[in-house]
Design a protein around this ligand. Structure first.
Ligand SMILES: [Zn+2]
Length: 295
């Protein structure tokens, strides 16, 4: 079931659902086989397929980590297998007797485990690559390719005060700032629109006009909507977004702005409008989220 007309990427809750599905199964497993079924899926592994296979075979997966929309498996040699799901990437742990998916791109098998990890990607915008882990500046490690991505709002080390200061220094509209992965990660179109609806904020409200109390409230809405979405398995904006068992989430039933053009605002009854925004769309209530006069 798709509620959306725009092409949509998985956001933090959808990627976290996948992480939580993988972690208990993959933790401390040793990789004993790697097969690449489509070289486009490893195009970001610049050293090529042979190197990709050699870098992974025999390595132990320590855990499954995430920042924003990026997911990675730290390995026992100080490197990590990084996954970017793109628009349609799936990481699946199907039963061993299940036949290969049509769009199977990469398969990993593990010593003593009956299930393989399968990377399936219809549109092949996503991919896997092996990357070095670097110090995250706070006692942890992060893949070098992910280091420029800001911490996400569900990260225990996210700094609310620093975020507030940085956000209020921006001249851009509030939604543009929320989508900037170098300021805060994991928020895309869906959860930005939902948090702004909850906060009664127009997407073009200049970020610098918010006071620190308003930023704290907005951050609270972002966290609430993401936590609620996680509890419902994420938003099935696309038939392609599934958890590791191939099941869809159902948070799309709880959306109050995103994808609801023409439907009544649940607060005031006015129809939700859809407007062009950064080559995509923004959904808002024209009464609850009035356009700022000066913007
Ligand atoms: Zn309204």
């Amino acid at each position: 079931m798709a509620v959306v007309t725009d092409a949509t990427m998985p956001e933090l809750p959808e990627v976290e659902v996948v992480r939580r599905g993988l972690e208990p199964y993959l933790r401390e497993r040793r990789i004993d086989g790697v097969s690449v079924h489509h070289d486009r899926a490893i195009r970001r592994h610049l050293a090529g397929e042979r190197d990709f296979i050699d870098a992974l075979t025999g390595r132990q997966v320590e855990t499954v980590s995430r920042r924003g929309k990026y997911l990675w498996l730290p390995l026992d040699d100080g490197r990590a297998l990084v996954a970017h799901l793109g628009m349609s990437g799936q990481l699946l742990l199907p039963p061993p007797d299940q036949s290969d998916e049509t769009h199977l791109r990469v398969r990993l098998s593990f010593a003593g485990a009956d299930r393989d990890l399968r990377f399936v990607d219809q549109r092949t915008f996503g991919g896997l690559f092996v990357d070095d882990l670097v110090d995250d500046g706070d006692g942890g490690a992060v893949p070098a390719s992910v280091a420029h991505i800001a911490r996400d709002p569900l990260d225990p080390k996210f700094d609310d005060r620093e975020f507030s200061r940085a956000l209020r220094a921006r001249d851009s509209g509030i939604k543009r700032a929320l989508l900037d992965q170098s300021l805060i990660s994991g928020i895309g179109n869906i959860y930005a629109d939902e948090a702004l609806w909850r906060g009664r904020l127009h997407y073009d409200r200049p970020a610098r006009t918010l006071n620190s109390r308003q930023v704290a409230e907005l951050l609270g809405h972002v966290r609430d909507v993401m936590t609620e979405a996680l509890a419902e398995g994420g938003t099935s904006f696309d038939d392609l977004y599934v958890d590791v068992n191939g099941s869809s989430g159902y948070f799309d039933r709880s959306l109050q702005a995103y994808g609801r053009e023409g439907e009544p605002c649940e607060r005031c009854g006015r129809p939700i409008v859809r407007e062009p925004f950064m080559n995509r769309s923004s959904y808002r209530c024209p009464t609850c989220q009035r356009r700022p006069r000066s913007a």
